[in-house]
Structure formats: C-alpha cells, structure tokens
Ligand binder design. Structure first.
Ligand code: PAF
Length: 289
C-alpha cells in the first residue's frame, strides 16, 4: 500500500473524468477502493471511508441519490442532501475522488438495462419495497464498471443489501472484493442513518425501540435460545409497546441466502424494518451459531 503523501481530493460529476483518473492511478500501480453512498454522510459512512483509506492507495466515494431504487411513494424528493458537508467529510477522511453525478449522467433518457436478482432480494425489504434491489444492483453494477475498484465497502446496517451485492458479484463474476463493515450507532443505540434526520424529538426517542429489540434478541441467542418464533415474538413485543412504532417486518433469516429460519443456526441475520411515525427505519444483528 502506498499513500503517505498528501492527497488533494477532487470532485467530479463526469463518468469520463472518473475513468481517466482511475486509469492514471492504475498506471502508477495504485490499488483503488470504492465507497458507494447516497450522500448526506454521517459517521457510519465515515467508518467505511476510513476502512477503505486504510486498505487502498486511492479511494473513490460515490455520492448519488439513485432515483431508480426509490418506489413511487417513497422519499426520493425529500431525501436529505448536503454535498458541501459531504465533500469536507470525504476530504478529512482521506478520499481522493468524490463522484457526484447528475441523474442524466447515469441514466440516458432511453436507459433500458437492469440487473434483476431473484430470491436473495425477494424477502425482507424486497417484499415491501418492490423494485428497490433492482435499482440498487443496477446502480452498484454501473459504479463497479465506472470505477473498476479492487474493493468496495458497504455497511452491515443494510444487511440484505450486502447479501444481494455479494450474490451479484459472485453470479456476474465481478472481480471485486466486497467488504462488509459493522453498524455504527448513536450513544443510545440508534443505528446511524441519513433518514434519522426525518425524526422529530419525540420520534427520535421512540426510535430507540429498534436497538432495544436488537440487543434483546441478540442476548436471547447468546443465552442459548434457538427458537425463532420465541425470539422474534419477544422482539416484536418490545417494539409494539412503543405507541409511535409500527412494524413492517421482524424476521430471522440465513445471512447469505436471506431464506427464513425457524431455528437460530449458522450465520443468522435477525432484521427489522419499523415505521416511527412516517419514517421507515431498519436495524439488525448477525450472529454465528
Ligand atoms: O446504501 C446506499 O446508500 C445505496 O443503496 C447505494 C449502495 C449507494 C446504492 O445507491
């Protein structure tokens, strides 16, 4: 790994510019890491960039609110954006390039090619957000082809997304190492998310119920409970006790295939999506049993 010299960070919205820059780094023998994001960066994203900077000579952060992964009634229009703050965070973390394209740069008016995945993308969030993972796979596949990184970094908070991307990389023989990084939490346990910004004071307090359920489920498994129904019903009870919370799903699945489990065995993902008021939040834990 090379990288002790000071890196002047650039920002571009142009696919050709990214390609030119990465080609030059390759000519110099540098390794390249990619951190795909939708911007409005927080400490969770920073932990991905830090890891990428530690493991690669040059790091590209993509900062793009991908329209095709949002459903018609979802929050594309209101999704928070702050590119100036994002630039500062990327620069401080040691990224070399921020790729911040307009939607028109990524999608031609007659764009018509999508990456569609079966099974892994169909349960959990895929059930309530039809088309979401098709949008995620398509944009991530495009980013991989634009940047051609050695490694790409994703957070475990989006555990199903991570499983979907690993499967896409395997199935399409993409020569990229996928690095999953731990969930970063607020002091009170709430998983960091750009969408936390939608919560008012009362909702923000109520949102603690997600991590409380996570910690409870995790400790049940650690203490020896294996029955999925028993674990999930206790977790659901904790969430249902909060008047502002409405469960979308709380489920136990295999962490790689996202197939439902009746017993906690293997690499177990227990995941939830919960509305707090009108904001949909996700959280999860993975244990090896
Ligand atoms: O996790 C996200 O922020 C997005 O789904 C991703 C991977 C950047 C694709 O738009």
């Amino acid at each position: 790994m090379e990288g002790s010299m000071v890196i002047i960070m650039e920002i571009t919205g142009s696919i050709n510019e990214v390609r030119k820059q990465v080609k030059e780094w390759r000519r110099q023998g540098f390794t390249v890491g990619l951190v795909p994001t939708m911007g409005y960066l927080h400490e969770g994203h920073k932990s991905l960039i830090d890891r990428a900077v530690a493991e690669n000579d040059r790091v590209v952060v993509s900062d793009f609110v991908n329209p095709i992964q949002f459903g018609v009634n979802e929050d594309l229009a209101t999704y928070p954006r702050d590119i100036e703050k994002d630039k500062r965070l990327c620069e401080q973390a040691g990224a070399a390039l921020v790729f911040h394209p307009e939607a028109e740069e990524m999608y031609a008016p007659d764009f018509s090619t999508y990456v569609e995945m079966k099974k892994v993308s169909e349960g959990l969030c895929g059930r309530t957000r039809p088309g979401h993972f098709r949008g995620v796979c398509t944009v991530v596949c495009k980013l991989f082809h634009i940047v051609m990184p050695d490694r790409a970094y994703f957070g475990q908070k989006d555990a199903q997304q991570l499983a979907v991307i690993r499967r896409m990389v395997r199935d399409l023989n993409l020569d990229i190492q996928i690095v999953g990084c731990p969930i970063i939490r607020e002091e009170d346990g709430l998983a960091k998310s750009s969408r936390n910004t939608y919560l008012n004071e009362e909702e923000r307090k109520a949102a603690r119920v997600l991590s409380r359920a996570v910690y409870h489920g995790e400790s049940m498994i650690k203490e020896g409970e294996r029955d999925a129904d028993t674990i999930l019903s206790q977790m659901r009870r904790i969430i249902e006790a909060e008047p502002l919370a409405r469960i979308d799903y709380v489920e136990m699945v295999d962490a790689d295939s996202i197939e439902p489990l009746t017993k906690a065995e293997g690499r177990v993902l227990t995941a939830m999506a919960v509305y707090i008021g009108s904001t949909r939040l996700i959280d999860n834990f993975i244990v090896e049993v």
